[in-house]
Design a protein around this ligand. Structure first.
Ligand SMILES: Cc1cc2nc3c(=O)[nH]c(=O)nc-3n(C[C@H](O)[C@H](O)[C@H](O)COP(=O)(O)OP(=O)(O)OC[C@H]3O[C@@H](n4cnc5c(N)ncnc54)[C@H](O)[C@@H]3O)c2cc1C
Length: 401
């Protein structure tokens, strides 16, 4: 019975889809069971009144090696954001950008941090860009806050530039994330421009699903697993092997594995008259609640009705009660009247990123009672990490078969 059964993957997030893709490439029949009515897991997008919203504020970095390996970016309508940031501080807006293209950026930069600190940051990033990933993670790890201190960046640089940026990426503020992981992320930022898609972030998962060739059963919640069978709310499905590719919380419910600490994110999605044609990230140093704002329609006008912008402002501690305050901040960031900033919707992801503390452990055991595990909690909390975990799970299954 079991030899003719498919491999069953629980969860159609990036980890499960990548696992299915690799198994499919080896001629293995795969069935993916997903409780939601869409693929992508934490990569979810939906429409509200003609605006295309992502469930969480997140961007695709096409420099992640594992995304490239999936082939999903071939023919993918990637829309990169410019490498420029507008920082608002003490009521002034300062543009940080390539000084060769924006000569005024040099003056703006020195208002935020001393030239020597900029030189140190630029040199550090240039080295990261060419360093092999294994060298980036080598050596004793520490927290990101401590790593920044040891890197010799002065306090103004950290407070005015690095910390507000990292808050938005790591979704935490003490900066207690692994320094090795932060350096890996910084390396990927030096190599690829964070991007979006006209259909929203879920398009990446759909592109991967299309390449996996696996049978997808959406709306199918798995209630129990063993090494050779999966139980759903309606049936028991025999399997040659079982892969649990859920997040850490759901894996714990199915297998009793240990949980993780989660980073959350709350995002306001605003409609405004068309603003800021280049789509630069805006950092607000005058109000730490709304660290940043980004106009998705600037690079993907399809995501908003004609003539409108879609500005997202994510926060790590905000709630719906802060809407009025955030509206004011967004209006000031873009030089608009508050009445021009209309709320489209808010999104909250309570389990957004599993905490990656030091020391970085990017390969964890992935078999429990004969069941194979995948998911970003086994590697690093990122698109890259989820995809790598899926490929590793496939290798484990192939070895089992
Ligand atoms: C707000 C936010 C911002 C982010 N920003 C970035 C970013 O900018 N860059 C980056 O690289 N990464 C970012 N990430 C991280 C990245 O999205 C995740 O690391 C990655 O998508 C995790 O994929 P996964 O497959 O491991 O898990 P998930 O996406 O959680 O997939 C698990 C799947 O399992 C399904 N499932 C669970 N239980 C069951 C069950 N019992 N039966 C059937 N199905 C089940 C779920 O419905 C889900 O579809 C962000 C994440 C969030 C939420």
């Amino acid at each position: 019975m079991v030899d003719s059964a498919p491999v069953v993957v629980v969860g159609a997030g990036l980890a499960g889809l990548r696992c299915a893709q690799v198994l499919g490439d080896h001629g293995v029949e795969v069935v993916v069971l997903e409780r939601a009515d869409h693929v992508g897991g934490r990569l979810h997008s939906f429409s509200v009144d003609g605006y295309r919203i992502d469930q969480g504020f997140q961007l695709v970095n096409p420099a992640y090696p594992e995304i490239v390996a999936t082939g999903a970016l071939t023919g993918f309508d990637l829309r990169p954001f410019p490498r420029a940031v507008v920082v608002r501080r003490d009521g002034r807006s300062l543009v940080l950008a390539d000084p060769l293209r924006h000569p005024g950026a040099v003056v703006a930069a020195t208002r935020l941090a001393p030239p020597a600190s900029w030189a140190r940051l630029a040199l550090g990033l240039a080295r990261l860009r060419v360093a092999p990933a294994r060298r980036v993670v080598a050596g004793l790890d520490t927290t990101t806050a401590e790593g920044l201190r040891r890197a010799g960046l002065d306090d103004r640089m950290v407070a005015n530039v690095v910390r507000p940026f990292l808050r938005g990426v790591l979704l935490e503020d003490p900066l207690d994330t692994s320094w090795a992981f932060t350096r890996l992320l910084a390396k990927s930022f030096t190599r690829g421009r964070p991007s979006t898609h006209p259909e929203g972030i879920e398009a990446l998962a759909r592109a991967l699903a299309a390449r996996s060739g696996a049978e997808l059963r959406l709306g199918t919640r798995v209630t129990g697993v063993s090494a050779r069978a999966v139980t759903t709310e309606d049936a028991t499905v025999a399997a040659r092997a079982v892969v649990v590719a859920t997040d850490a919380h759901d894996a714990s419910a199915l297998l009793g594995t240990s949980g993780v600490n989660w980073r959350r994110q709350f995002t306001w999605w605003w409609s405004t008259p068309r603003v800021d044609a280049p789509g630069r990230l805006r950092l607000d140093l005058d109000d730490p609640l709304t660290t940043s704002a980004l106009d998705f329609a600037a690079v993907a006008p399809e995501r908003a009705p004609r003539g409108r912008s879609l500005v997202a402002s994510p926060s790590i501690e905000g709630t719906a009660a802060d809407t009025g305050r955030v509206r004011e901040r967004v209006a000031r960031l873009y030089g608009l009247a508050s009445a021009d900033v209309e709320l489209v919707t808010t999104t909250e992801v309570a389990r957004a990123l599993p905490r990656v503390g030091p020391p970085l452990v990017s390969v964890r055991p992935n078999v429990v009672d004969g069941v194979v595990l995948a998911g970003d909690h086994l590697t690093t909390s990122s698109i890259q990490g989820a995809l790598v975990s899926g490929r590793r799970a496939a290798a484990t299954v192939l070895a089992q078969l």
